[in-house]
Design a protein around this ligand. Structure first.
Ligand code: BGC
Length: 747
């Protein structure tokens, strides 16, 4: 392949404009005269969805068969960037065989509310997890010459009113929670494209926000690729282009191209701005051209095997009282629940994949069992209107009979597919009532009951105290059935951990009351306290905390130590030992806190993690790097990141609420000194390194050289300097104040 793609300078005004919007649903326009081919972008994110005939972005019509890997809700629970990268690479191979240039993913929006209809497509409620895993997915895709599209930039944390709603967010949470993951992916992995979201942020559409798409994304973070609109996100293309939106998707039928041409002609739009956008499209075409041709056919077996491995690593063992799991191979088991036969393995909408094959848990359990496996559906997935009530009773009786005759009952519960989709949010986090009633009946018949869950967003687990074993199976992709059997029989030792808190009640969630907003606005009133940050700050009981997940083995942690490296990052070291009988994998988590701080901080924040495989009895020194940058808060006074100096606590844990070792390290702060002004408070002046001691001395001499009344000082702390000078009886003149300010600012 040649690299002879022209630049914008070689093209006419009309050709340039035409390049910056789609030809149809999935492809860019070609410019045949100049040798510019069209390229294809398709979803994403957990497999390839290439539509061959009728196209629609909500996944309503079919697509070419492709491997359906676990959606992000599952894959994220692996906490393993190496695994995520391998999955990304496999998706890229499938894309390259199908001649797809860009895969529309990963999606890394923060799970602000468990109700968000698309939570299954996102990794976490935590920005470090989202950023690390998002970067891994981008690396994997791009290692095979397929572009990633990091989405949905930004603050697209709900589906309700998603094409108009304004996410109203204060600067600190916006930077520290909602943008931090995007920043990391851009800086670490340079995605070829970033997809701007549908919504507004603080009143401005993402698709026409120069602050978001240019100042932050390019000027601050150094993004070098192309910004594409989410499908239909363009509100005003002539405003969007100079803001930094390069490519509108899908096609506007030429309408908005003509608007750009007219805007250049009448001087409303600078032609060089159009050149920049067209050049970015041409750059993307060039990158795609450079990719070596990948010949099919797809190795379906190998990718299915990877999907099974990934699904096994996605499963979270929430509870295992009395070591009920793993099951003995020769145990007589009753498999109950329609999901065992009809798996729920992905969410609905634009990410819907047509899988190359589909495992069911029931078949796979039968394949591994040497005992008897009896199946009873227990409930139906169709909403049976007018169904004979006897039919439901018969289903329940059949399940109860199977459970009472078995050594163990394995009950598959979950959310119906219609509950979770792109385009709308859930109304509750409850499992269907008929399933909960079935579980109660089964439990009464056999206390040795295991619950296996299939759900893309978290569900309430009102039975958690009564059921001895709970397996969170999320949505596991096409090989999830096999992976579930692997975990239940101990072929795979579960190692996934929760990337989101499972609350006791929806009402406990921090966004409750604000979500999903009204009249076009959603207020992020919980500020920084998203997910576990909130539950910890409020000391709320939860069903299962962020970072939680059990294993069939046990791990012991030694003491932790931390050092600052030459480049300012912090290396936290801890010895971890597998103290149980089988090999396993532990996810070691490092949280930080700064107990004495000048800004609001959550009690504990995840800053780094590692997934470590250990043989039975093996000890390994695990070293995890916390980036200095990740200690920073967003300072609204300077509009920049600041690492505050102080004694930081580094908590090493098996979950956010299971801290096993702690060490403290003094970290030097970034130099930050705000200029003194008439508006500076007495407190700020007293804290000033040069002026502070001088003022304190002056105050002491005013009271006769004696001890200052600290109560009085405290009361005066908020007094602005300028007003002090006007206050009767204080004895401070304007000249004195101005002298102080000058002295402070000169130092
Ligand atoms: C979704 C995107 C998707 C696009 C193309 C949109 O509705 O929000 O995530 O990539 O459609 O299907």
């Amino acid at each position: 392949m040649t690299d002879a793609i022209p630049t914008a300078a070689d093209l006419t005004l009309e050709e340039k404009a035409s390049l910056t919007s789609g030809a149809d649903f999935w492809t860019t326009k070609s410019v045949e005269r100049a040798g510019v081919p069209s390229i294809m972008m398709t979803d994403g994110p957990h497999g390839l969805r290439k539509q061959t005939e009728a196209a629609d972005h909500l996944g309503l019509t079919g697509s070419t068969p492709a491997t359906c890997f676990p959606p992000a809700v599952g894959l994220g629970s692996s906490f393993d960037p190496e695994l995520v990268e391998r999955v990304g690479e496999a998706i890229a191979v499938e894309a390259a065989i199908e001649n797809v240039a860009v895969v529309l993913g990963p999606g890394i929006n923060i799970k602000r509310s468990p109700l968000c209809g698309r939570n299954f497509e996102y990794f976490s409620e935590d920005p470090v997890v989202s950023g690390v895993l998002g970067a891994a997915m981008v690396r994997g895709l791009q290692s095979r010459g397929v572009g990633a599209s990091l989405k949905h930039f930004a603050a697209n944390n709900q589906e309700h009113d998603r094409m108009r709603v304004s996410a109203d967010i204060d600067p600190r949470p916006l930077r520290e929670i909602y943008l931090r993951g995007f920043e990391r992916v851009v800086e670490d992995a340079q995605p070829w494209t970033v997809m701007c979201s549908y919504n507004r942020i603080n009143g401005v559409f993402a698709s026409e926000d120069p602050w978001l798409l240019t100042s932050v994304l390019r000027d601050e973070w150094g993004f070098e690729g192309l910004v594409v609109s989410d499908w239909g996100a363009v509100n005003d293309r002539v405003a969007g282009l100079p803001a930094g939106l390069d490519l509108e998707m899908p096609s506007s039928g030429g309408l908005t191209d003509a608007q750009l041409v007219a805007a250049v002609r009448d001087g409303a739009l600078d032609e060089s701005t159009l050149d920049t956008a067209a050049d970015r499209v041409l750059d993307l075409v060039r990158k795609v051209r450079r990719r070596p041709v990948v010949q099919g056919p797809l190795d379906v077996d190998a990718h299915h095997a990877l999907a099974r491995e990934a699904a096994g690593r996605s499963i979270v063992l929430l509870k295992n009282a009395g070591a009920l799991l793993p099951l003995a191979r020769d145990a007589k088991i009753a498999v109950i629940g329609e999901f065992a036969r009809t798996p729920r393995y992905q969410g609905a909408g634009s990410s819907l994949i047509n899988p190359t094959r589909l495992d069911t848990a029931l078949d796979e359990l039968r394949a591994l069992s040497t005992g008897e496996v009896v199946f009873a559906p227990g409930f139906t997935l169709e909403t049976e209107t007018g169904e004979d009530p006897d039919a439901a009773t018969a289903r329940r009786d059949e399940a109860v009979a199977a459970a009472s005759a078995a050594d163990v009952a394995v009950v598959f519960l979950g959310l119906p597919a219609t509950d979770e989709s792109e385009g709308f949010d859930r109304g509750s986090i409850d499992l269907p009532a008929d399933q909960l009633a079935l579980l109660d009946a089964v439990l009464a018949a056999n206390a040795r009951t295991v619950v296996v869950l299939s759900n893309g967003g978290v569900v309430a687990l009102p039975f958690a105290d009564r059921v001895p074993a709970i397996v969170e199976g999320w949505l596991l992709g096409q090989a999830g059935g096999g992976a579930t059997a692997d975990v239940l029989y101990g072929v795979v030792n579960p190692s996934g951990k929760l990337t989101e808190t499972i609350p006791l009640r929806l009402e406990d969630n921090p966004s409750y009351g604000n979500f999903p907003g009204e009249f076009g606005h959603v207020r992020y009133g919980e500020g920084l306290l998203v997910g576990y940050r909130w539950y910890d700050a409020k000391d709320l009981e939860v069903a299962f905390p962020f970072g939680h997940g059990l294993s069939y083995t046990t791990f012991a942690y030694g003491d932790a130590s931390a050092v600052v490296t030459a480049d300012g990052d912090i290396e936290v070291a801890v010895a971890v030992t597998n103290t149980g009988p089988v090999a396993g994998r532990e996810i070691v988590q490092v949280y930080t806190s700064l107990p004495v701080s000048s800004v609001q901080r959550p009690p504990r924040e995840l800053k780094a993690f590692a997934s470590v495989a250990l043989d039975a009895g093996e000890t390994r020194e695990v070293v995890v790097t916390v980036r200095r940058k990740d200690l920073a808060y967003w300072d609204i006074r300077t509009g920049g990141w600041v690492v505050e100096g102080g004694a930081y606590s580094f908590d090493v844990g098996a979950s956010s609420r299971d801290v096993r070792a702690t060490t403290t390290l003094e970290i030097d702060g970034d130099p930050i000194r705000m200029p003194l002004t008439l508006d500076s408070s007495v407190g700020e002046v007293l804290a000033h390194p040069v002026v502070g001691p001088f003022v304190r001395q002056a105050m002491e001499s005013m009271v006769g050289g004696g001890q200052l009344d600290e109560g009085l000082v405290k009361m005066m702390e908020s007094f602005p300097l300028g007003r002090l000078a006007r206050f009767p009886g204080v004895g401070v003149t304007s000249e004195m104040v101005e002298g102080l300010i000058a002295m402070g600012n000169a130092s």
